[in-house]
Each structure stands twice: as structure tokens, then as C-alpha cells.
Design a protein around this ligand. Structure first.
Ligand code: HEM
Ligand code: HEM
Length: 189
């Protein structure tokens, strides 16, 4: 299997980065929109895609552990390199925590977990009122809910910093960092 080098990232790294990036940005925006406006028909789509992205996230974490992180290219101040590293860790850990907290909130809340109709965890209907559900564990559901909100906000901030960094590399430093994440071969200057 192809591995990351300084001049070229593996297609595994590039594909996983962009699939996860697009899905996470979409889920963050849809999440806030559906919650604030109480658009309940979006909930099953949000939850299904959230579970699916978890599969890609696990593959990426395994890939990063096996393959290491891409090495930086170009000249960067030490402090900026450190900030970028921290942001990468926040992003990758955030992508693990968001689906886990979401599944905890829905699953333990009694709403069940299903991926476009494929049931992974059944709902827990209230025997007294079939239109309602009973929580399996209210404390865990609440903790999941809180974590989903807090980590979601941290991710918005981290992604803004991350995109600003990518644009700085491309337009100001004019190095190959962004092109390399688009799968192109670059000079190691
Ligand atoms: C990486 C994946 C995910 C991201 C980035 C994400 C993001 C978000 C965000 C930003 C919100 C709004 C939170 C707020 O405004 O406080 C939200 C709400 C929600 N998410 Fe997720 N989510 C993900 C996965 C999941 C999963 C897997 C589930 C469940 C299986 C889920 C269930 C929910 C529910 C039920 C709400 C609404 C909560 C409410 O109405 O109070 N999410 N999500
Ligand atoms: C338009 C949006 C985005 C752009 C332009 C972008 C650009 C980049 C670039 C150029 C790199 C390479 C950095 C390097 O070589 O040191 C990178 C790496 C990375 N990005 Fe993004 N990114 C975006 C969105 C996201 C999102 C939404 C996430 C997280 C959910 C994310 C997570 C990461 C991580 C963890 C890395 C480290 C390398 C890896 O594991 O793939 N990015 N990004």
C-alpha cells in the first residue's frame, strides 16, 4: 500500500481527509440548523450520516497510527507548526468524539440508532404512550448531549483556524501544502 512521503501524500490520506472534511462540515451545519429550528425530519439523515462518517474516522485513526502524520514542508515558524499540530489533534479527536457522543445521546435516550433504516439499536417505546420513548440511561444520554454541543463548538473554531492556515499556506507562503492535500506531487522546499 502506498504511504505518505514529503513530496506526495497517499491516496488513502487524501481521500479520507476530503470525505471526512465534507461530511463533518455538512453535519456541523445541519446539526445546528436542525436543532435551532426544530427541523425533525433532518434528524434521521443527520444521525445516519454521523454513524457512517464514524466508519471512515476509525479507518483514518488506524491509518494515522500506522503511517504517522504528514511531514511539513516549507519554512514555518516553530509556534505556527505547534499550533497546526494541536489543531490537527483537536480535529481528529473531535471527529471521534462527535459520533460517539451523538450515538450515546440518541441510543441512551431511547431513540435508537439506525442508518437509513438499518437498525443498530432499537428504540425503547414508552408502554403507556407509543408515541414517546423512555431513556435507557438518562445520565449517559445527557452527558452525550452536552459533549455533542461543546465538542461541536470547539470543532467550528478549530476548522476555521485550519482553513485559515490552509489558505495562508496557499496564497501567502505559496508552498505546496494545500496542493499536496489535493494529491499532487510537490517540491520539498
Ligand atoms: C461527526 C459526526 C457528527 C457531527 C459533526 C454532529 C454535529 C452536530 C451539531 C453541531 C449539532 C448541534 C448541537 C448544538 O447546537 O448544540 C448536532 C445535533 C444533534 N446530533 Fe449530531 N453530529 C454528528 C453525529 C451524530 C450522530 C452519530 C448522532 C446520533 C446517532 C447525532 C445526533 C444528533 C442529535 C439527536 C442532535 C440534536 C440534539 C437536540 O435536538 O437537542 N449526531 N450534531
Ligand atoms: C475546506 C476545508 C479544508 C481544507 C482546505 C483543508 C486543508 C488541509 C490541508 C492543506 C492539510 C495538510 C496539512 C499538512 O500537510 O500539514 C490538512 C490536513 C488535515 N486536515 Fe484539513 N482541510 C479542510 C477541512 C478539514 C476538516 C473539516 C477536518 C476535520 C474534520 C480536517 C482535518 C485535518 C487533519 C486531521 C489533517 C492532518 C492530516 C490528516 O490526518 O489528514 N480538515 N487539511
Amino acid at each position: 500500500m502506498q504511504v505518505d512521503t514529503k513530496q506526495k501524500l497517499s491516496s488513502t490520506s487524501v481521500w479520507l481527509h476530503w470525505i471526512i472534511a465534507i461530511m463533518i462540515i455538512g453535519l456541523l451545519i445541519v446539526g445546528v440548523y436542525m436543532e435551532e429550528n426544530e427541523v425533525y425530519r433532518l434528524y434521521p439523515i443527520h444521525k445516519s450520516l454521523g454513524v457512517i462518517v464514524f466508519g471512515f474516522v476509525i479507518l483514518r485513526v488506524i491509518w494515522r497510527i500506522k503511517n504517522g502524520w504528514p511531514q511539513t514542508i516549507g519554512q514555518q515558524a516553530q509556534l505556527l507548526q505547534l499550533v497546526s499540530k494541536i489543531v490537527h489533534y483537536v480535529l481528529i479527536i473531535g471527529t471521534v468524539l462527535m459520533p460517539i457522543s451523538g450515538m450515546l445521546m440518541s441510543g441512551m435516550g431511547g431513540h435508537g440508532i439506525n442508518v437509513f433504516g438499518l437498525e443498530l439499536l432499537a428504540t425503547n417505546p414508552d408502554p403507556l404512550d407509543p408515541n414517546k420513548v423512555l431513556p435507557l440511561n438518562e445520565e449517559l444520554a445527557k452527558a452525550g448531549h452536552r459533549m455533542h454541543g461543546v465538542v461541536g463548538n470547539i470543532m467550528f473554531a478549530a476548522i476555521a483556524l485550519h482553513i485559515a492556515g490552509a489558505l495562508k499556506h496557499h496564497f501567502i507562503d505559496k508552498d505546496g501544502i494545500l496542493k499536496r492535500m489535493l494529491g499532487k506531487q510537490v517540491d520539498d522546499k
